[in-house]
Design a protein around this ligand. Structure first.
Ligand code: AMP
Ligand code: MG
Length: 325
């Protein structure tokens, strides 16, 4: 029954999508991290549509997506040498840099800040589209504010199927986690958000990076809010999942584990993120697995902390923020 609607909305036709953007419409865009809701950076009305559709608070700035590193100066200025080094090393890729903004970048994009977040995405369709346009795209993740980021065109349709004219289908996201965000304060690099590039990989290029203190009050990045990336279902993070299963009073249980299937006497719905214990594979599967569990009307989703190394840090960060207060 839904298939008809999806058929009209989900497209692989770049031209259709390009024309929609030029006309001031917004579209869903595939990237290697998660799907975004994209608007012409210079169209106030299109940017407004993004905020409205996402129900995103106005204090939350958007990431600007550009076609290539060589046009960074159109968006940002006073670029620190270390930022340049990171752009040269990781773009196109899942690294967002927060830099001084150029005057022409509208305040609405940066939520009134003097800085702008910018990256070159590494997805063939996103790059083809950006290269065909003469404006950058502002694109936050294509989900209602605070909920799980979409990693496929179908996820976007679950959230917005009647409210978007086009979802550009680029297949499942190859990384499945949002970009890592690095800013500069007094020329010193700061981590604003853990993401799809592990912090140690970035530190190998520019040396130690300070981690920005989390604060719910006017956060530097909303990804730092203590509740974000969250399913509707309650989540429990515990050291030993089996212990929780033995003790718990719930009827319908979901289990999200890294490597192992958990045996249980009662029926549970399990998602194992990487049987071979590969954190990158686990990262890629995380949101899709959470989405599936969240669709099942479970009483609870039980999980445990992932190894606190590499992308495990990002996964743990997202799981902690997925807990209901
Ligand atoms: P999303 O695209 O929904 O994953 O969210 C974009 C992230 O980039 C949010 O956490 C924003 O707060 C962050 N961001 C965008 N612009 C800035 C900026 N100027 N300074 C700090 N963080 C930013
Ligand atoms: Mg988001």
């Amino acid at each position: 029954m839904h298939a008809r609607k999806y058929f009209f909305v989900i497209t692989r036709d770049l031209n259709q999508v390009k024309n929609a953007l030029i006309k001031g419409d917004i579209i869903a865009l595939p990237t290697e991290t998660v799907y975004g809701l994209a608007a012409n950076v210079y169209s106030d009305s299109a940017v407004e549509k993004v905020y409205k559709l996402k129900m995103r608070p106005a204090y939350n700035p958007l990431i600007v997506h550009i076609a290539k590193p060589s046009i960074l100066e159109k968006v940002a200025k006073n670029i620190p040498a270390k930022a340049r080094e990171l752009a040269d090393t990781f773009w196109p890729g899942p690294l967002t840099l927060v830099l001084d903004k150029q005057v022409q970048i509208p305040d609405r994009i940066t939520a009134g800040k003097k800085t702008v977040a910018v990256r070159v995405p590494n997805h063939p369709l996103a790059l083809q589209l950006l290269n065909s346009l003469n404006f950058p795209l502002a694109a936050p993740s294509a989900n209602p504010f605070g909920s799980i980021s979409p990693t496929s065109a179908e996820h976007v349709a679950l959230y917005f199927k009647n409210q978007l004219n086009f979802i550009l289908d680029g297949g499942p996201c190859s990384l499945g986690l949002e970009s890592t965000i690095i800013g500069f304060e007094n020329n010193k690099p700061m981590l604003y958000r853990h993401g799809a590039i592990a912090l140690d990989k970035i530190e190998k290029v520019i040396g130690p990076i300070q981690i920005k203190n989390q604060s719910d009050n006017k956060p530097s990045a909303p990804g730092m809010l203590s509740r974000h990336y969250a399913p509707k279902t309650q989540i429990l993070i515990i050291e030993d999942i089996s212990v929780a299963l033995a003790q718990n009073p719930y009827k319908k249980i979901g289990v999200l584990s890294f490597q192992k299937f958990i045996s249980s006497n009662t029926e549970i719905h399990q998602e194992v993120l990487s049987i071979s214990g590969d954190l990158e594979e686990a990262a890629k599967n995380l949101y899709a697995a959470l989405q599936r569990l969240d669709q099942m009307n479970l009483d609870i989703i039980i999980t445990s902390i992932f190894p606190e190394k590499g992308l495990g840090k990002t996964i743990n960060d997202r799981l902690k923020r997925a807990i209901k207060d």
